[in-house]
Design a protein around this ligand. Structure first.
Ligand SMILES: N[C@@H](CCC(=O)N[C@@H](CS)C(=O)NCC(=O)O)C(=O)O
Length: 231
């Protein structure tokens, strides 16, 4: 591994295999929030590095993000929701212990994993990337995306976060909701959602984590909490 920056006092705990996408950013934000030092391994999706045998040995589904926990027998975790839960349990942060509060966070995490992510992802595919423009497909996914963002807006009425406190459910949903423009979805009128998007964007860990990986430059070592300068 090539490290662009090394900190002598730093003990890397987590290897993060990621790319500059919503699912990847969930994990860099989480690592910045919980303060674990980590090494970033940028996977080029364009070059299909996620389909190479060494990557498939970690995640048979061939998708980022993946983490390896050096502190736990090189334990591998794939699927961003499972990674968020793993890191929350490892550090005791952003996932309440009390049974009902924990279930509520899990419900909103699953809402993102099973609904918002897949629908916004398909909206991106058909609105942005698919060579043929198929209006029915674009409409279907944009409408479903907007419906789900409206569900978030309703949940956020009168509260700062999706559940009692800031949690992994906020991180997961924010990473997809913040990309509404990229999906071609207009959220004007969803004031609670917009306020929550802005509230989270101001968190220093979110500011740092959403910009990782920083460039197409390959691998780097991150001391969680280190200021990122975007050039
Ligand atoms: N459910 C998975 C989805 C992962 C996923 O779709 N990752 C995308 C980037 S956001 C990817 O690796 N795409 C490359 C590909 O489809 O080959 C998770 O949440 O981790």
């Amino acid at each position: 591994m090539v490290c662009s920056r090394l900190f002598p006092e730093q003990i890397i705990v987590i290897d993060l295999y990621t790319a500059a996408t919503p699912n990847g950013r969930k994990i860099s934000i989480m690592l910045e929030e919980v303060g674990l030092d980590y090494a970033v391994h940028e996977i080029s999706l364009g070059k299909q590095e996620q389909k190479r045998p060494a990557f498939l040995a970690m995640n048979p589904n061939g998708r980022i993000p993946v983490i390896v926990d050096r502190d736990n027998d090189e334990f591998v975790v794939f699927e961003s929701g499972a990674i968020l839960v793993y890191l929350a349990e490892k550090t005791g942060k952003l996932f309440p212990r009390e049974e009902k509060a924990r279930s509520r966070v899990m419900q909103w995490l699953m809402f993102q994993m099973g609904n918002l992510g897949p629908m916004m992802g398909q909206a991106n595919v058909f609105f942005r990337y698919f060579p043929e423009k198929i209006p029915a497909a674009i409409d279907r996914y944009q409408h479903e995306g907007l419906r789900l963002l409206t569900v978030l807006d309703t949940q956020l009425a009168g509260r700062d976060y999706l559940c009692e406190q800031y949690s992994i459910a906020d991180i997961a949903n924010w990473c997809w909701a913040i990309g509404h423009q990229w999906s071609g979805i207009d959220i004007s009128g969803l004031g609670n959602l917009q306020a929550w998007l802005d509230r989270l964007a101001k968190r220093p860990a979110v500011e740092r984590g959403r910009n990782i990986p920083q460039s197409k430059s390959g691998n780097e070592t991150r001391k969680a909490g280190e200021k990122i300068i975007i050039r």
